[in-house]
Design a protein around this ligand. Sequence first.
Ligand SMILES: [Zn+2]
Length: 578
Amino acid sequence: MICPGTFFRALTIATISWTQTAIPAQQTPSARTVLVDGRILTMDGQDQIVSALAMHDDRILAVGTDNEIRKFVGANTDVIELGGRMVIPGIIAAHCHAVGVARNVLRQPHVELLSIAEVQAWIHQRAKSVPAGEWIRVPRADITRLKERRHPTTEELDAGSSTHPVIFTAARKAALNSRGLDAIGVRQPRPSVPDGQVIVDSDGRIRLISGANAHLRNLIPSESHSREQIQVALQNVHRHYNAVGITSIFERAGGIDDFLQYRELHAAGKLSVRMTQTFRSGFRSAKDVAAYTDKLGMTTGDGDDWVRVGPLKITADGGIHWGNTYLREAYGEDRIRFYVHRDPGYRGDLNYSIPQMTEIFREGHRLGWQWCCHVTGDAGVDAVLDSLAAVHRDHEDIATRRFSLTHAYFPALDSIARAKKLGVCVDTQPSLYFKDSAAIAEVYGRDWAARFIGLGDWIRGGVPTAIAGDHMMGLDPNRSMNAYNPFLMLQVAVTRRNREDNVYGEHQQISRLQALKCLTTNPAYLSFEEDTKGSLEPGKLADLVILDRDYLQCPEDEIASISVERCMVGGRSVFVRR
Ligand SMILES: [Zn+2]
């Protein structure tokens, strides 16, 4: 907590600690840039607020009072007068898919669609620019977010366009208009599809296609783009990140080629965010892990301050959008109806047995890698922790490797205690709470909505927690899939108010400082970068954000609309609001 006495209080100027550029005591070097007359929230161990900061090269030289910091002003120093504005450390977005966003944006602009009427209007509009007869793909719109909480019917899609085949995909099932069904060869009276299933309603009308992925892929080609096009689009995604204060990201599911794209951009001086990559692969055995990592020829921590090797990742279970999050209880009638499943005893999908996950984690650990794991359901988390505990019996040091549970939507207190013991961290998504908790309350029940993205539980349990958007599509900070606006996430973390203005689980609210830690110091810890990032202290990277209003004092319901005036990465302005 910040006590009022520390506001604007002078800090003793700490000289930089790295030896090669240490400042001789008698002389004060000139800074390249200084910030003065502000409220600079350092997020250091004491969460101190100072009024001024000096930077040189890509590092912070000193923080302190205006008088102390003005000593660093030389003939070539840029002096930025803050006029009382707040500065926070650069945001570290611990879960995004920026390369995926770039590819997606090249295909078609993403639009957030929240009702079947909006889906129809979008199709209608799109049909004007797509040549007749060519496929129209509706942008991903999950049934948890559509007002009707279901897929559109064939007739509803026909109303959008009868001149183009149209496909709408959600919850691992596709709805098609009449032309679309015809184009993939699904016809009455006995509709069928290779390697899939045609779901019909009680009147025998075709409702959805389940499976048949390869068949659909072959018949509905998707465009591919050159490396150069992807790199240009990726830089644009990064610029959008800078505009909301993001200075570092974790690419949470990349391959070697994505990593090389980043290296190329870095070599060309074209990066405006720092990137730590998570390498995801469908490992099934220790042999797979050994072969994959051998081919990479790198391990966690390799790289530099801009492009860095993060953890390996596997996908342990499903999700709430796909309808296969692995739960401790049976799905029951409501969830089955919602996801259009059959068996009320279904509990979701677990992609690995515990011995198999144990073997995979153990091998990565032996080879020096950190791990993270996509896992959403409470029983999924149990299985991952069981596997980790099995590795821990022979390799206690796995508790020092900062294993991350990615998502862990429904924390249970007993799992939180186990996670804490095993040194496990979490990256989870308040932006999903914002958009999906209404459907969770309706379909899973209010008690599930109260646990959903349970930040209060994680923080009280002492588990290092990062919050991030899991950004996949679109460029709008709030209306993308999923929202990546850090200030929206802060507001949701602090208030637990969702899009419908309801609160589920008040006990999950956290303080403003705790929430900001989840976007700064905690994600720095998740990637072993706490010595260089996450707080504004001498010697650390000069990654910071100037805000248009005071994050600590503005009304709670204004946090999401805080805007960034300037974003700096390594002491360089990468975004300035005009
Ligand atoms: Zn993700």
